[in-house]
Design a protein around this ligand. Structure first.
Ligand code: SF4
Ligand code: SF4
Length: 739
């Protein structure tokens, strides 16, 4: 303990704690064992009177460290917060001890005593985190001048930010320039609308706060949120604070749809081509009145051989185009052949309205073949229809409702049901989507980890598909619109507003030195003691957010406003030279070492469990709130991410005499739920190495186990803990105990 630390311990005896625990013993742990300057027990520590008492003691006794032994740190955090000069931490005696273990029991008391020891060790090894503050530039760069980009630019400009909008074409508008009409956007959602692209373009171009660069590409972006340096291909250079990527999507390559007749028969068109006929007044069928048009839905979408996902907009587009046909050729027969019609939200009204039109026939079924008849029209053979019969439709024109792929996709998706491995790689080992690594070359980021936003499979640049829909894996850069996932025009606009707000929010957090999601507002940041860096590059390779560039020797060059404070670099560093003021190797090691380890004759195994604070630890809280009972031999330490667990902590635990170590984090893999994208996956790789080491030390590899858990799986916690303790009992006690 630092000689300057003055620790006060305040214990709550409400919420059933008094009925479960011996507080005299806890006071002894605080005062006699750990030399706390003050230790008080109080019923209802969270009431105003008690909180004022703590504040008074802080002043009277000059306390700079406070331990609250009460409920979980996930509750009442605003109440138990005592200003920036006092480091306060919570020991969870309620959910982790009293509510989940036998009352007035020796093992329950030992558990409470250990948690108090760990809490005091923790505050003694935390320093106050001073935020770094930066001068930042408040300009927002919007890349892409389609509907999403223009909406984002206007939103940011209206909020008072300067905006730079770049567009690769010589005019703004993007795909909107290629549509005759748009789907309904206003109540009663029954009629396609004329696009108002021109009006929006002039609004953007006449806005004083928006500078537009057309026919323009990004050559290079370097720097970090608050201070990105952007170079355009016309050699113009400027500084911006945040970036919105609104580069949209492109149609799926119809040349791959030869089985649907594309490229074989000139009267088989894509939806995009069909739209052009109406937009430009081109003549279909040499200008003769068209007698029949068949739309084939999901052309390439929801198909493992092409795009396994739903492209979301194609059903509404075909409904809209059916009305074009109805308008221009009132007598034409119109067929819509579908797997399912998907018209979310208000578009259902539009679907219903199109159903009421005469001579529009909806047919559910699978297209099995397409052939040309002698008279030049197309035969479409359909199986698995609603009536169970095979049917044949003859149509003069066939329109394929092709899906979309994001502009961030490099090349084509190369998947097929039989050829795809579970990790999303194709058999030739090439990742289905790898824009950051392969270089989609849109943003041209000068980042050590690649030139563009990293993508999930299929090329969409998402970060955490459940919790943080706008975040990408590059802080301060937000994907919006159909580059993020397939979406219609109205959804693109909504997404554009969301991204604009995020792009503005990050300017404030960058200025204040605070983290964005998921540790929003955290002011701590990683510090690197580079004198001892061996340039192993582990941290620069493993940081999921590309925070760390590196010099030519491999020494990390942190860009702190890119950092999400996950601690994965801390977990990766073999030299243990990365730390946060309030999260460090020393802090966790001291907590581990503070636990009292009974000798093996006591028959009380000790298990150390690292639980990720994002899902696993909240899950443990839920287990507590549901009063689920579990083994009292487990000592839990919450960690920022499983990826932040440094293997030295496992070594510390085993050499201290713990009999087993459990790590519980978020699910990893393609459908990962890790809040830091790859933290739990990295941890699992590291643990494989740990288990190898254990074998070399003639220790059973089963002593270290990694598991994954979702936040709603709290019911599994007792089983996980109890089974692991049982397994360790079977293996036997740690032979290094007491050495
Ligand atoms: S804390 Fe996380 S985001 Fe920050 S540098 Fe380390 S690994 Fe990267
Ligand atoms: S992991 Fe540690 S030793 Fe390796 S490059 Fe990073 S700071 Fe240096």
């Amino acid at each position: 303990m630092s000689s300057e630390n003055k620790v006060g311990v305040f214990l709550c005896s409400g919420c059933g704690l008094n009925e479960a625990l011996n507080f005299n013993e806890l006071v002894k742990v605080a005062v006699e064992e750990n030399k706390a300057s003050v230790c008080k027990v109080n019923q209802w520590l969270c009431c105003d009177e008690s909180v004022n008492m703590i504040k008074q003691d802080i002043t009277d006794e000059n306390l700079n460290r406070v331990v609250i032994g009460a409920c979980s740190q996930r509750f009442l955090s605003d109440i138990f917060s005592f200003g920036s000069d006092v480091t306060a931490d919570r020991v969870n005696l309620r959910e982790n001890v009293a509510w989940t273990h036998k009352p007035n029991d020796e093992d329950t008391q030992m558990l409470a005593n250990d948690y108090l020891r760990m809490g005091i060790a923790k505050v003694n090894n935390i320093e106050i985190a001073e935020p770094f503050k930066r001068d930042i530039n408040e300009t927002v760069l919007v890349v892409g001048g389609g509907i999403t980009g223009m909406t984002s630019a206007l939103a940011a400009a209206r909020a008072g930010n300067s905006v730079i909008l770049t567009e690769k074409d010589d005019k703004l508008g993007g795909w909107l320039n290629k549509v005759y009409k748009t789907e309904p956007s206003h109540t009663p959602y029954l009629h396609p609308e004329m696009p108002e692209t021109g009006k929006m373009i002039s609004e953007v171009e006449s806005n004083d706060k928006i500078q537009v660069f057309k026919s323009c590409l990004i050559t290079k972006i370097s720097g970090e949120p608050g201070n990105f340096k952007v170079i355009l291909n016309n050699s113009q250079t400027f500084i911006v604070g945040s970036i919105i990527q609104a580069t949209g999507s492109r149609p799926y390559n119809a040349e791959k749809l030869t089985d649907l007749g594309y490229g074989k028969y000139e009267n088989v068109l894509t939806g995009v081509q069909f739209e052009e006929y109406f937009l430009n007044g081109k003549k279909l069928q040499d200008g003769k009145p068209v007698k029949s048009v068949a739309f084939i839905q999901c052309a390439g979408s929801r198909d493992e051989k092409h795009l396994p996902y739903c492209s979301s907009t194609c059903c509404t587009t075909s409904l809209k185009q059916a009305l074009y046909v109805r308008e221009k050729f009132p007598d034409a027969l119109i067929y819509i052949i579908y797997k399912d019609i998907r018209t979310p939200a208000h578009m259902e009204h539009f679907y219903k309205r199109v159903q009421t039109e005469d001579n529009i026939f909806f047919t559910k079924g699978e297209v099995v073949s397409i052939n040309k008849s002698d008279n030049g029209s197309i035969f479409i053979d359909i199986d698995n229809t609603l009536l169970g019969d095979k049917i044949r439709i003859e149509s003069e024109v066939v329109v394929l409702a092709t899906g979309t792929v994001p502009s961030t996709l490099v090349g084509e998706i190369e998947t097929s049901a039989s050829e795809t491995e579970p990790n999303g790689k194709t058999l030739d080992g090439k990742k289905a989507a790898q824009s950051a690594e392969a270089g989609a070359k849109i943003l041209n980021l000068a980042y050590r980890q690649g030139t563009d936003l990293p993508t999930l499979k299929y090329g969409y640049p998402d970060s955490h598909y459940i919790c943080f829909p706008y975040e990408t894996r590059r802080t301060g850069i937000y994907a919006a619109g159909s580059v993020r996932y397939p979406m219609d025009i109205e959804s693109c606009k909504e997404d554009a507003y969301g991204a604009a707000l995020k792009a503005i929010q990050v300017l404030y957090t960058a200025r204040e030195g605070k983290a964005v999601h998921p540790r929003s507002g955290d002011q701590s940041y990683p510090e690197f003691f580079l004198q001892r860096c061996t340039q192993c590059k582990r941290c620069t390779e493993e940081c999921p957010f590309g925070t760390l560039d590196e010099d030519e020797k491999g020494t990390p060059l942190p860009n702190l406003t890119r950092c999400r404070r996950c601690g994965i670099c801390l977990g990766a560093c073999p030299e243990r030279i990365i730390s946060f003021k309030d999260y460090s190797i020393q802090m966790i090691s001291s907590m581990i070492k503070s636990v009292e380890i009974p000798d093996e004759f006591d028959e009380k195994p000790r298990i150390l469990a690292f639980l990720c604070e994002n899902d696993a630890y909240p899950s443990l809280d839920f287990a507590g709130r549901h009063r689920l009972q579990y083994d009292p031999n487990v000592r839990v330490i919450p960690v920022r991410c499983l990826g932040s667990v440094n293997v030295v902590w496992i070594a510390d635990a085993l050499s201290r005499g713990f009999d087993g170590v459990l790590l519980i984090g978020c699910k990893y893999g393609d459908d990962y739920q890790c809040h830091y994208v790859k933290g739990s996956e990295l941890a699992s790789k590291r643990m494989e190495n740990v288990q190898e080491k254990l074998k070399q030390l003639v220790l059973e590899p089963e002593r270290v186990k990694l598991m994954t858990l979702s936040i709603d799986e709290y019911g599994k916690i007792p089983g996980i803990f109890n089974e692991f303790v049982e397994q360790i009992r079977e293996i036997g006690f740690n032979p290094y105990k007491g050495m």
